[in-house]
Design a binder for this molecule. Sequence first.
Ligand code: NAD
Length: 356
Amino acid sequence: MKIAVLPGDGIGTEIVAEAVKVLQALGLKFEMEHALVGGAAYEAHGHPLPESTLNLAKQADAILFGAVGDWKYDKLERALRPEQAILGLRKNLGLFANFRPAICYEQLVGASSLKPELVSGLDILIIRELTGDIYFGQPRGRRSSPDGSFAGADEAFDTMRYTRPEIERIAHVAFQAARKRGKKLTSVDKANVLETFQFWKDIVIEVHAQYPDVELQHMYVDNAAMQLVKAPKSFDVIVTGNMFGDILSDEASMLTGSIGMLPSASLNSANQGLYEPSHGSAPDIAGKGVANPLATILSAAMMLRFSLNQPEAADRIEAAVKKVLTQGLRTPDIYSEGTTRVGTREMGEAVVKALA
Ligand code: NAD
């Protein structure tokens, strides 16, 4: 089991160090190799995703990723910005299926911005298509507007597009995931306005014929955004395109209280995956030893389950995380009165201890 460990920038190095400790404490045989990515790689090699890092990622069974980015790189040309490393890994490894569970832990119900009764027991999974849609569609660019009432004015444009195979494969992933959970899939689209998403909807309906045991519901994205804060527990699995998934998964993350608790997995068709917390590099708290490492530790659990075929070890990590929360340990982002405030390292060490 070979794991490429790419801590990245900001809090990435701090939180990945804790996840690595947890993996090492499992008593399994892993080969873990570290490499630079993002701003750290740009500083050392002049590129956010150097050839050596990409090769390591390609050879590994799974990638444990921290986070990349810092405001100081905002003026770099787009191709050299740290965030390009993630897009490069997704593209090169064909990581088309992004899994973002949003689970509200009983112990953290009070940390959600919604009323406790709305989020207590919340356990939903958002599956976002990750390599298509308007983020990658061509053509895109800036030009002088060729027609219309503003002909001749400067304009910018992107292209929303999906091919049939792209929709079919994400639909299969979503139906299969729903089958293993509550057997209810909500496909989120904007078929009332966008041709691309009428096509999306038609194909999801076709694929559904192979999964008659899963209940399929269609919802427009504006309604889905509303329902996520009105009745989030009415969802089980949500599947949607790249852009809608980007927005809805961040919205869902806030239902659970802290973005510091949310893991994610991005998988290709060979189940090779990139596992990372849902948050960024948090430059505002980097180096202070206060970042919550649990999202990264839970991402390591997802890695064991999805890419390394070690479901029992994944269960152990998830149980250990629940145990430390029950013990009342909290990093500042999830702290509330009556609990014990701890730092990144103490939290990681508590999870290691709880594994035993
Ligand atoms: P962010 O997720 O880094 O931070 C948002 C807020 O959440 C901040 O207040 C931060 O302190 C807090 N936060 C995030 N993770 C936390 C944790 N584990 N524990 C406690 N608090 C936590 O988003 P941002 O501030 O918009 O972006 C910062 C940088 O990260 C930017 O350069 C951005 O491009 C990059 N980014 C990277 C990724 C990634 O690597 N996948 C994702 C999003 C943003």
